[in-house]
Design a protein around this ligand. Sequence first.
Ligand code: ZN
Ligand code: ZN
Ligand code: ZN
Length: 158
Amino acid sequence: MQTVGFGQHDHSACVGGGMKAAEDACAAQGLRLTKGRRRVLEILLQEHRAMGAYDILGLLSDEGFASQPPVVYRALDFLVANGFAHKIQKLNAYIACAHPGDSHTPVFLICRGCETVAETAAPLKSTLGEVADKIGFKIETTIVEAEGMCPTCATAST
Ligand SMILES: [Zn+2]
Ligand SMILES: [Zn+2]
Ligand SMILES: [Zn+2]
Protein backbone atom coordinates (compact mmCIF):
# COMPACT_ATOMS: atom_id res chain seq x y z
CA MET A 1 0.00 0.00 0.00
CA GLN A 2 1.34 3.38 -1.06
CA THR A 3 2.08 6.14 1.39
CA VAL A 4 0.07 9.06 0.07
CA GLY A 5 0.50 12.60 1.23
CA PHE A 6 4.06 13.86 1.14
CA GLY A 7 6.02 15.02 -1.85
CA GLN A 8 5.10 15.29 -5.49
CA HIS A 9 2.31 13.19 -6.80
CA ASP A 10 -0.63 13.44 -9.13
CA HIS A 11 -3.03 15.03 -6.69
CA SER A 12 -5.91 15.18 -9.16
CA ALA A 13 -5.85 11.38 -8.96
CA CYS A 14 -6.33 11.59 -5.18
CA VAL A 15 -9.37 13.86 -5.53
CA GLY A 16 -10.89 12.09 -8.51
CA GLY A 17 -10.15 8.64 -7.12
CA GLY A 18 -11.55 9.49 -3.70
CA MET A 19 -14.81 10.82 -5.11
CA LYS A 20 -15.16 7.91 -7.51
CA ALA A 21 -14.54 5.35 -4.76
CA ALA A 22 -17.17 7.00 -2.56
CA GLU A 23 -19.69 7.16 -5.40
CA ASP A 24 -19.12 3.52 -6.31
CA ALA A 25 -19.30 2.32 -2.71
CA CYS A 26 -22.49 4.29 -2.07
CA ALA A 27 -24.10 2.94 -5.23
CA ALA A 28 -23.08 -0.63 -4.35
CA GLN A 29 -24.29 -0.40 -0.75
CA GLY A 30 -27.36 1.73 -1.31
CA LEU A 31 -25.95 4.62 0.71
CA ARG A 32 -26.99 8.16 -0.03
CA LEU A 33 -24.15 10.49 -0.94
CA THR A 34 -26.15 13.66 -0.34
CA LYS A 35 -24.99 17.04 -1.59
CA GLY A 36 -23.70 17.96 1.85
CA ARG A 37 -21.80 14.68 2.36
CA ARG A 38 -20.31 14.95 -1.12
CA ARG A 39 -19.15 18.52 -0.53
CA VAL A 40 -17.58 17.67 2.84
CA LEU A 41 -15.66 14.80 1.22
CA GLU A 42 -14.53 17.10 -1.60
CA ILE A 43 -13.24 19.60 0.93
CA LEU A 44 -11.31 16.89 2.77
CA LEU A 45 -9.85 15.58 -0.48
CA GLN A 46 -8.51 19.00 -1.54
CA GLU A 47 -5.47 18.76 0.70
CA HIS A 48 -3.60 16.12 2.65
CA ARG A 49 -4.29 18.00 5.79
CA ALA A 50 -6.64 17.22 8.61
CA MET A 51 -9.51 19.64 9.01
CA GLY A 52 -11.59 20.34 12.05
CA ALA A 53 -15.36 20.31 11.84
CA TYR A 54 -15.44 24.07 12.33
CA ASP A 55 -13.00 24.70 9.47
CA ILE A 56 -15.31 22.73 7.22
CA LEU A 57 -18.33 24.53 8.58
CA GLY A 58 -16.69 27.87 7.78
CA LEU A 59 -16.03 26.87 4.17
CA LEU A 60 -19.56 25.57 3.73
CA SER A 61 -21.22 28.69 5.01
CA ASP A 62 -18.98 30.81 2.77
CA GLU A 63 -20.40 28.79 -0.11
CA GLY A 64 -23.93 29.51 1.00
CA PHE A 65 -24.70 26.01 2.22
CA ALA A 66 -27.29 26.14 4.94
CA SER A 67 -24.89 24.42 7.28
CA GLN A 68 -25.36 23.94 10.97
CA PRO A 69 -22.79 22.13 13.11
CA PRO A 70 -24.98 18.99 13.38
CA VAL A 71 -25.16 18.78 9.58
CA VAL A 72 -21.38 18.81 9.30
CA TYR A 73 -20.93 16.36 12.17
CA ARG A 74 -23.45 13.98 10.65
CA ALA A 75 -21.74 14.20 7.26
CA LEU A 76 -18.36 13.50 8.91
CA ASP A 77 -19.83 10.58 10.89
CA PHE A 78 -21.17 9.14 7.66
CA LEU A 79 -17.83 9.52 5.86
CA VAL A 80 -15.87 7.99 8.76
CA ALA A 81 -18.34 5.13 9.33
CA ASN A 82 -18.12 4.16 5.67
CA GLY A 83 -14.36 4.44 5.40
CA PHE A 84 -14.22 7.51 3.14
CA ALA A 85 -12.54 9.58 5.83
CA HIS A 86 -10.66 9.05 9.09
CA LYS A 87 -10.57 10.97 12.30
CA ILE A 88 -7.13 12.05 13.52
CA GLN A 89 -7.53 11.84 17.27
CA LYS A 90 -4.43 13.84 18.04
CA LEU A 91 -5.64 16.82 16.04
CA ASN A 92 -9.35 16.28 16.66
CA ALA A 93 -9.73 16.68 12.92
CA TYR A 94 -10.66 14.70 9.84
CA ILE A 95 -8.87 13.59 6.71
CA ALA A 96 -10.05 11.91 3.54
CA CYS A 97 -9.00 8.27 3.31
CA ALA A 98 -6.07 7.79 0.95
CA HIS A 99 -6.99 4.18 0.23
CA PRO A 100 -10.77 4.13 -0.02
CA GLY A 101 -12.25 0.77 -0.82
CA ASP A 102 -9.40 -1.22 0.75
CA SER A 103 -9.97 -2.64 4.16
CA HIS A 104 -7.06 -1.35 6.19
CA THR A 105 -5.80 -0.17 9.53
CA PRO A 106 -4.52 3.30 8.79
CA VAL A 107 -1.30 4.66 10.17
CA PHE A 108 -0.97 8.44 10.11
CA LEU A 109 2.26 10.37 9.79
CA ILE A 110 1.60 13.91 10.93
CA CYS A 111 4.13 16.63 10.04
CA ARG A 112 4.40 19.19 12.82
CA GLY A 113 5.98 21.66 10.39
CA CYS A 114 3.34 21.96 7.69
CA GLU A 115 0.60 19.83 9.26
CA THR A 116 0.43 17.58 6.24
CA VAL A 117 -0.89 14.17 7.14
CA ALA A 118 0.16 11.12 5.16
CA GLU A 119 -1.74 7.89 5.44
CA THR A 120 0.02 4.59 5.18
CA ALA A 121 -0.33 1.08 6.47
CA ALA A 122 2.68 -0.01 8.49
CA PRO A 123 3.68 -3.61 9.18
CA LEU A 124 3.27 -2.56 12.79
CA LYS A 125 -0.19 -4.00 12.68
CA SER A 126 1.03 -7.56 12.30
CA THR A 127 3.64 -7.18 15.03
CA LEU A 128 1.00 -5.82 17.34
CA GLY A 129 -1.34 -8.56 16.20
CA GLU A 130 1.22 -11.22 17.12
CA VAL A 131 1.74 -9.77 20.57
CA ALA A 132 -1.99 -9.56 21.12
CA ASP A 133 -2.50 -13.12 19.84
CA LYS A 134 0.02 -14.45 22.33
CA ILE A 135 -1.95 -13.17 25.27
CA GLY A 136 -5.29 -13.94 23.70
CA PHE A 137 -6.30 -10.34 23.23
CA LYS A 138 -8.65 -9.71 20.34
CA ILE A 139 -7.93 -6.34 18.72
CA GLU A 140 -10.94 -4.54 17.34
CA THR A 141 -9.50 -1.17 16.45
CA THR A 142 -6.00 0.22 16.32
CA ILE A 143 -5.18 3.88 15.90
CA VAL A 144 -1.62 4.77 15.07
CA GLU A 145 -0.63 8.41 14.77
CA ALA A 146 3.01 9.39 14.49
CA GLU A 147 4.18 12.98 14.71
CA GLY A 148 7.37 14.27 13.12
CA MET A 149 8.80 16.09 10.13
CA CYS A 150 7.98 15.45 6.48
CA PRO A 151 10.86 15.35 3.95
CA THR A 152 10.19 18.93 2.79
CA CYS A 153 10.13 20.41 6.29
CA ALA A 154 13.13 18.33 7.42
CA THR A 155 15.17 19.66 4.49
CA ALA A 156 14.06 23.23 5.12
CA SER A 157 15.13 23.12 8.76
CA THR A 158 18.70 21.92 8.12
ZN1 ZN B 1 -2.81 13.90 -3.22
ZN1 ZN C 1 -7.74 5.04 4.96
ZN1 ZN D 1 6.00 19.21 6.60
